[in-house]
Design a protein around this ligand. Structure first.
Ligand code: FES
Length: 76
């Protein structure tokens, strides 16, 4: 297999906190944005928040159809 394999990262999200999910893959703070998209001229992060404290599996392959959440697309 030549492609790097990805899997989601489990994170504990806090109600009403603002998060920035990395969309470009260059962040070294996956699954969150660290600003690397600027140096790589890539699209910015996706901002999101949750309505209650919860654990979520955030996508790292960036192929999910339901960003920022893993939808199983990394297996394809
Ligand atoms: S890591 Fe599962 S869809 Fe991207």
């Amino acid at each position: 297999m030549s492609e790097k394999s990805y899997s989601p990262i489990a994170v504990d999200l806090e109600k009403d906190r603002k998060y920035a999910w990395c969309t470009c893959s260059h962040s070294s703070n996956q699954p969150f944005c660290d600003g690397s998209h600027r140096a790589h001229n890539k699209p910015p992060s996706l901002g999101f928040s949750v309505e209650e404290d919860k654990k979520a599996y955030l996508c790292t392959c960036k192929k999910t159809g339901n960003p920022p959440y893993c939808d199983g697309s990394h297996k394809n």
